[in-house]
Design a binder for this molecule. Structure first.
Ligand code: 3H9
Length: 699
């Protein structure tokens, strides 16, 4: 086995190289080895300076996140290693390639100088893990680049490139050629010119323009962009301490607040999603080295809002797209919508005109299936109706070249039935995009009974190329996301019949952290859309109360935002409550003999979440989702669940499956077992005292 750290002398320069694949994360062994290397450096009288560099694809990507669940940390702890580097008795230069992130950038800031290749990225993304830069980053970054910029970097968590880093003073030099040679030459230059060592912990913070208003500005921004998250406010408090207190005291503040963040459920949820999002592409029976098909040309069938949105993803990944519609008018309308979407982005300064021109160049349109015979992938995005899809797939089977992947964007229909309309069901897969398809990151990749492994592997590769988070689902009504969303909305609807207003239910859901309440979401998608989905579902529950309010609104043509009336009244996008809706619900309840009753906020949120979690448990035991983490990734990326909750299944694990099981039993006793029979898997795990995560790992 190779050493994690090598110490090599090149003349008077020591080259300290870290080699801890895949991303040189600072785990215990690496911290220990680095600490030893600094001891060696300090006692090596022939050495005048050191370069700290990394093997492999990147500089240090941070502390090892997988150690965060095993407290207490083993010494030497990362902040001490950073301090030890800064205390070295000769200049230490960080040589950065790939990414210097989190604890990686904190180590680089412990060094006295920093150089980087032009492609390097530098950042403190801890906030995305519900943490703060706890290895002295909240103290050193404001000293290096100023309070304002430091707050901006730490609160967004977004890395900056080498060019920005040199402009902001985060690095001292860009090395255009070979990094190791360039860094050694830079070290020699520092020695020759006798450039004084800069120890950031001894540097004063520039307090010009640092006012309470500055911190207030960031607090207000947090309220808008990170409402409900725990770590952002703690980051601000650390920087305030850095400004107000002597270094050792403010460091203690950082240390305390880091531990608070680390031990918070928010950070647990965000760390869970970090690993879950990296696990999604691991499909047990699809080996990593499965050969994939080349996708150089794509056709989208249907130039409506969905088809157009899907097309934009491919254009932005520089993949030519042919949009196909039945008539010229519909086609032109679809192309015009794409153009105007791009033009809007150019106008807002979010896209260069040259990029828009390039994307539009890659787009072509057709009304003839024969014109898509040479494409490698077709995505059908026509109306959600089996008869129409049947005709489309029969036609695709006739015209598409052998080996082309035939995908459906269906959100509820049976993919196996669709696949059997072709003579090549092995090439058929579901690619379920979420509206607006050019923006929402989630992509459900639906595996039919006969879909081959290389088609699945290709879909995953493709999801990365078009910057989507692809998650595998099996075939069932609604797949993973919508199947779980339906019981959630079902309960929201039933509670309206029991006398709770739509706005109160939405408020409770939003207070828990949902981006939008269930009723606002159905108004956005359309009460007509929801009604048609549940009405067309052949196995829908034999219950006259099921989606009854939705049905009543549908019959009154209150479709939601698109008709300015639904469960709310709309002024533009602004939702205003409408007492008529409560009356409608009450009338329907009377017809059904449902009593109005007092329902607490606690019951509202429990019913919404338990309904969702119980369905998730069924999905897991049926093998529709591979792991509970996959379900969580879907909900964090496609359904507005706040990342700090870690997803519905993680949340259930956190509060304890016994609790969820007891709540469901309580609802069963009160409302009957039609909707409230605990899923067998939930019952089993609750009785064993286990979690969905444990079951997913060991099943
Ligand atoms: C921190 O530093 C706290 C300190 O401030 C304070 C401490 C006191 N740890 O993403 P990839 C794994 S918090 C452990 O697919 P890419 C990852 O799970 C940390 N493991 O590669 C995956 O494993 P597997 C702040 C890590 O090329 C493999 O490496 N730092 C870590 O697409 C490859 O990862 C961050 O938040 C880690 N820190 O992207 C940076 N990082 O193959 C987190 C990665 O088994 N990392 N792994 O699934 C990243 O953003 C990306 O990994 C990176 C590479 C951009 C570096």
């Amino acid at each position: 086995m190779q050493n994690i750290i090598t110490y090599k002398k090149i003349g008077h320069i020591a080259l300290v190289t870290i080699n801890n694949p895949p991303v040189n994360a600072m785990d215990f062994k690496t911290r220990l080895a680095l600490s030893d290397a600094i001891d060696q450096l300090n006692s090596d009288n022939k050495i005048k300076a050191a370069v700290l560099i990394c093997e492999g694809r990147t500089f240090i990507a941070g502390a090892d996140i997988s150690e965060f669940d095993n407290l207490p940390f083993k010494d030497p702890w990362l902040p001490d290693v950073v301090q030890k580097i800064e205390d070295a008795n000769k200049p230490v230069i960080a040589a950065i390639h790939g990414s210097a992130l989190g604890g990686g950038l904190e180590i680089a800031m412990g060094c006295h100088f920093r150089c980087a290749v032009p492609s390097a990225k530098l950042g403190l993304p801890e906030v995305t893990l519900g943490l703060l830069p706890g290895a002295t980053g909240t103290q050193r970054l404001p000293r290096l680049i100023g309070v304002d910029k430091a707050l901006d970097m730490m609160l967004t968590g977004k890395p900056i490139n080498a060019k920005q880093a040199i402009e902001e003073g985060l690095i001292d030099k860009i090395i255009e050629d070979e990094l190791q040679e360039g860094a050694i030459a830079f070290a020699k230059e520092i020695l020759e010119k006798q450039i004084p060592i800069r120890r950031l912990s001894k540097t004063k913070i520039d307090k010009t323009n640092v006012t309470t208003e500055l911190f207030e500005k960031y607090r207000q921004r947090n309220n808008k962009t990170a409402c409900g998250f725990f770590a952002p406010e703690k980051i601000i408090q650390c920087v305030e301490a850095a400004v107000d207190l002597p270094y050792p005291e403010s460091l203690q503040v950082e240390d305390n607040l880091f531990m608070e963040c680390l031990n918070s459920d928010h950070s647990r949820g965000q760390r869970h999603l970090f690993f879950a999002e990296r696990e999604i592409a691991r499909i047990p029976d699809v080996p990593k080295d499965t050969a994939i098909r080349n996708i150089n040309r794509v056709a989208i069938i249907g130039a409506g809002t969905m088809g157009g949105g899907i097309a934009m993803n491919f254009l932005q990944a520089n993949i030519p797209v042919t949009l196909l519609e039945i008539d010229q008018e519909g086609l032109q309308r679809g192309i015009d919508i794409i153009r105007s979407n791009y033009a809007g982005q150019v106008k807002k300064g979010r896209m260069e005109q040259t990029h828009m021109d390039q994307y539009m160049e890659l787009l072509s349109g057709s009304t003839a299936f024969d014109n898509i015979s040479d494409v490698d992938l077709v995505i059908e995005a026509v109306f959600e109706n089996m008869e129409i899809k049947k005709e489309v797939f029969k036609k695709l089977d006739q015209v598409c070249k052998p080996g082309a992947i035939l995908a459906s964007n269906t959100s509820t229909l049976d993919l196996d039935v669709i696949a059997n309309y072709t003579k090549r069901p092995e090439d058929v897969i579901g690619l379920h995009f979420f509206a607006p398809a050019n923006i929402m990151p989630l992509l459900e990749i639906v595996r039919g009974k006969k879909t081959t492994k290389d088609v699945i592997a290709t879909a995953f590769k493709l999801s990365r190329s078009i910057r989507k988070v692809g998650v595998l689902a099996g075939v069932c009504f609604g797949f993973i996301g919508n199947r779980m969303f339906l019981p959630y909305v079902r309960e929201a609807e039933l509670m309206m019949l029991e006398g709770v207003s739509a706005e109160r239910i939405d408020r409770v859901a939003c207070n828990w952290g949902m981006a939008m309440g269930p009723h606002a979401v159905t108004d956005l998608s359309g009460q007509d859309v929801f009604f048609k989905i549940v009405d067309g579902w052949k196995d829908h529950p034999d219950d006259p109360a099921f989606f009854r309010v939705c049905k009543a609104l549908f019959e009154l043509e209150r479709y939601g935002q698109k008709t300015s009336k639904g469960k709310y009244i709309y002024e533009g996008r602004k939702a205003i409550s409408d007492p008529k809706v409560a009356n409608i619900a009450q009338q329907e309840a009377e017809k059904l003999g449902i009593e109005q009753r007092e329902i607490s906020d606690d019951e509202i949120i429990k019913r919404l979440l338990c309904a969702m979690i119980n369905e998730g448990a069924l999905i897991l035991e049926e093998g529709i989702a591979i792991r509970s983490g996959d379900i969580d990734v879907i909900y964090a990326n496609g359904y507005g669940l706040p990342r700090y909750r870690g997803g519905p299944m993680f949340y259930a694990d956190l509060i304890g499956l016994k609790q969820v099981y007891d709540d469901i039993n309580e609802f069963r006793d009160r409302y009957g077992n039609r909707y409230w029979t605990p899923a067998p898997l939930l019952e089993q795990l609750a009785k064993q005292g286990k979690t969905f995560s444990e079951w997913s790992q060991h099943k």
